[in-house]
Design a protein around this ligand. Structure first.
Ligand code: NAP
Length: 499
């Protein structure tokens, strides 16, 4: 990494700085947060533990630069995004390697996270360059005439605070930053503390791409120390957040009346009907549940199989899961470390609770360091915690059902409503079940997942607020500005109907 000269201003040895007004600084607090590789426990670096005083300066820098960016021609804003995407592709490998080290993501997936973010930047640039307004004549409403004409165009909201989670720290901050910038806002990014280093590279990338100083800023620091201060600050005009439902709920209370986009937790259920294609279903469930060791909001988090397919499906999924590679993310093993030992303890607690209440262990339930072996639990019942709680780890419960109605009931009883899946060849029935599921998205014969990124992405209930997806995010991060023209009598032409 050190040989890439463009990266040198952002760090001093192992000490990464934060980014304010086009400069890389150290916190006035003198505090730093150590980042360890969750697989090897090796020290990767330190990020700044910024204080509220640092936060004030970052917020002022962003606020002072809203006007300059809003008034930069849209074509130039779009070109900054395109140049940033070019640089992401150029540096995807070295940045992906850092990502692999700091959160334990398999190397290939880590590199593809950077590339996918570049794709989002290109697509947002395309969508952003199509931002148009509309003209409405008054006479389509009773009592009004063509003398009133509204001209509507979109303006930015101001300063947008973008807070991301540890599991996609580059992509899920990048997917907020691109629409915010193209819409003309200035941005403050607060990366997760675990996974804080990789998103810092967005500072270098956007600067090289031509963003003016102060329009894009990064503040690192513990959410528990500066989170409330940032989200409650009156100069923050909107918050785009991805993380747990618990943090999201708290944030919404502190934020008050600010517009919010919240992407939160999930408990996505796969309903498997008797006539489902066994091969396709098995593959989708295994990939959906265990990629990145289950640390995905849209991971398959419970399976609800009908009686005639349940035995076969459990056996086939268990067989596949037992063949998953386990170990070093640098070697692209499917199952790697969880983010920290606290998360492992939590997942173990869910497994222990289910086993103590009579669930059947099909495989797994083993731990070494932060690696948890992929675990399948059969005959899970609704009195077990694993039926309802989000593990964010490699454990998959099978809750056997007797009817489609029961599947719908169990799916909907969850506090979450991110995605749902239906596996069947009966498309009419699938469509009818889809209508009943209280989730943002229903996948038919496919695993739950985010993307393609221009699709709308949203959660109901505790899974979120608002809709993301390229054009939806641009809309959410801007507002209509309405100018009404009131024409006078002067110069009016008279048109009579002669009939
Ligand atoms: P988290 O613990 O809620 O943290 C998310 C972010 O919030 C981090 O940057 C964290 O900073 C920050 N934060 C903590 N306290 C805060 C406060 N008081 N005010 C403002 N920000 C605060 O979540 P996580 O463990 O990183 O991510 C896993 C969760 O995210 C899972 O529940 C998963 O389902 C969800 N997720 C959802 C989606 C989706 O699209 N729906 C996608 C990915 C993940 P610190 O790290 O410094 O504490």
């Amino acid at each position: 990494m050190n040989e890439i000269k463009e990266f040198s201003p952002m760090k001093d040895g192992l000490n990464y700085k934060y980014y304010i007004n086009g400069k890389w600084n150290v916190s006035e607090s003198g505090d730093v947060i150590a980042i360890y590789n969750p697989y090897s426990n090796e020290l990767i670096g330190y990020v700044q533990g910024c204080s509220k005083k640092d936060a004030d300066e970052v917020i002022n820098s962003a606020k002072e630069n809203v006007d300059c960016w809003e008034n930069t021609p849209l074509e130039e804003r779009v070109n900054v995004l395109r140049r940033a995407a070019d640089l992401m592709l150029k540096w995807a490998e070295p940045i992906g390697r850092i990502l692999m080290q700091e959160i334990g993501k398999p190397l290939k997936s880590a590199i593809s996270e950077i590339r996918r973010t570049a794709d989002i930047f290109y697509a947002t640039a395309d969508a952003g360059s199509q931002i148009v307004g509309e003209t409405i004549m008054g006479d389509s409403f009773k009592g009004f005439t063509k003398d009133k004409i509204s001209m509507t165009y979109r303006v930015p909201l101001g300063v947008i605070l973008c807070i991301g989670p540890f599991n996609y720290p580059f992509n899920l901050t990048g997917s907020k930053i691109a629409p915010a910038l193209v819409a003309g806002n200035s941005v403050i990014m607060k990366p997760p503390s675990e996974g804080a280093i990789t998103p810092l590279y967005l500072g270098v990338i956007l600067e090289k791409a031509g963003i003016p100083p102060g329009v894009f800023n990064i503040i690192t620091g513990r959410g528990s120390e500066i989170g409330d201060y940032l989200t409650g600050h009156p100069k923050i005009d909107m918050i785009s957040f991805t993380g747990s439902s618990e943090t999201g709920r708290h944030l919404a209370k502190v934020a008050g009346m600010k517009p919010l986009l919240l992407e939160l937790g999930g408990k996505d259920a796969a309903i498997v009907l008797d006539d489902a294609d066994l091969e396709l279903t098995t593959k989708a469930i295994v990939k959906g549940a265990f990629s990145f060791s289950g640390q995905r909001c849209t991971a398959v988090k419970r399976v609800l199989p009908m009686p005639r397919i349940a035995d076969l499906l459990v056996e086939k999924v268990t067989k596949e899961v037992m063949s998953l590679s386990i170990g070093d993310p640098a070697e692209n093993k499917v199952i790697g470390p969880l983010i920290n030992s606290k998360r492992c303890d939590f997942v173990q607690g869910l497994i222990d609770d289910a086993l103590s209440k009579g669930a059947t262990l099909k495989c797994g339930n083993r731990r070494e360091g932060n690696i948890m072996w992929p675990t399948i639990l059969d005959n899970v019942t609704i009195d077990m915690r694993i039926a309802w709680e989000e593990p964010f780890g490699p454990v998959l419960p099978f809750i056997r059902i007797r009817s489609a109605e029961e599947a719908i009931e169990i799916s909907n009883k969850s506090e979450y409503g991110l995605q749902g899946m239906i596996f069947t060849n009966n498309i009419d029935l699938a469509f009818n079940i889809a209508q009943e599921l209280e989730v943002g998205t229903v996948q038919i014969n496919g695993q739950s997942e985010r993307g393609p990124d221009h699709f709308p992405f949203l959660g109901t209930k505790s899974s979120g607020l608002g809709t993301q997806g390229i054009k939806y995010s641009i809309e959410a991060m801007s507002r209509p500005k309405v100018v009404v023209m009131n024409l006078s009598e002067k110069g009016k032409l008279i048109h009579e109907c002669r009939g």
